[in-house]
Design a protein around this ligand. Structure first.
Ligand code: G3D
Ligand code: MG
Length: 181
């Protein structure tokens, strides 16, 4: 299929926050089906149509989504994982405070390897409301401090999964098209 752009994006965050589940839900529509634990660096592909401001034609984007099983913590894999990424989803789990407290580390890694690329803060597992330990307000204010978008998602019920990837992709398209002008 013809496409206007090919973008690499990365999904980062602590182990077990739901990075693979989010990516699989978006690319296959399924949760906890036919998916293996992430072993090493893996990527999924999805074609998206992004409306363009003030133009009738939409942009077709082939999104290459990189997801890892934590191996990016090893110095020899990390550059490969981050190299060429044009956007990032930085994830924490609303039922795991440590994953929220570790966010600055992930943001530092993105900045160190990719510079100032479009990044979105993602809270995962909102279907587990009774197990929530990180309030919406905390995620919201973290995102506001960094001036980035924030979405609360669930790979299980699909809540805001499409929105996150569409928003990130639209931001990258905006950046690229601003450069082309
Ligand atoms: P990771 O890729 O960040 O390491 P995974 O995380 O996608 O492998 O998910 C880790 C565990 O959390 C998995 O459970 C997965 O099913 C669960 N999970 C991921 N997203 C959600 C969600 O939105 N809702 C719920 N309820 N669970 C989720 P297991 O039991 O397989 O370890
Ligand atoms: Mg994984």
């Amino acid at each position: 299929m013809a496409f206007d752009y090919l973008f690499k994006v990365i999904v980062v965050g602590d182990g077990a926050v739901g990075k693979t589940s989010l990516t699989r839900k978006f690319t296959t529509g399924q949760f906890r089906e036919s998916y293996k634990m992430t072993i090493g660096v893996d990527f999924s592909i999805k074609i998206l149509k992004i409306p363009r401001k003030g133009k009738s034609k939409e942009s077709t984007v082939k999104l290459q989504i990189w997801d890892t099983g934590g191996q990016e913590r090893f110095s020899y894999v990390r550059p490969l994982y981050y190299r060429g990424a044009l956007g990032a989803l930085c994830c924490y789990d609303i039922t795991n405070r440590k994953s929220f407290l570790n966010l600055p580390k992930w943001f530092n890694d993105i900045e160190k390897h990719c510079g100032n690329i479009p990044t979105i803060l993602i809270a995962t597992k909102t279907d587990l409301a009774e197990l929530r330990v990180v309030d919406v307000d905390e995620g919201q204010s973290f995102a506001e401090q960094r001036d980035i978008p924030f979405f609360e998602t669930s790979a299980k019920d699909g809540s805001h999964v499409e929105d996150t990837f569409n928003r990130l992709t639209a931001r990258i398209v905006d950046d690229v098209e601003a450069l082309e002008l």
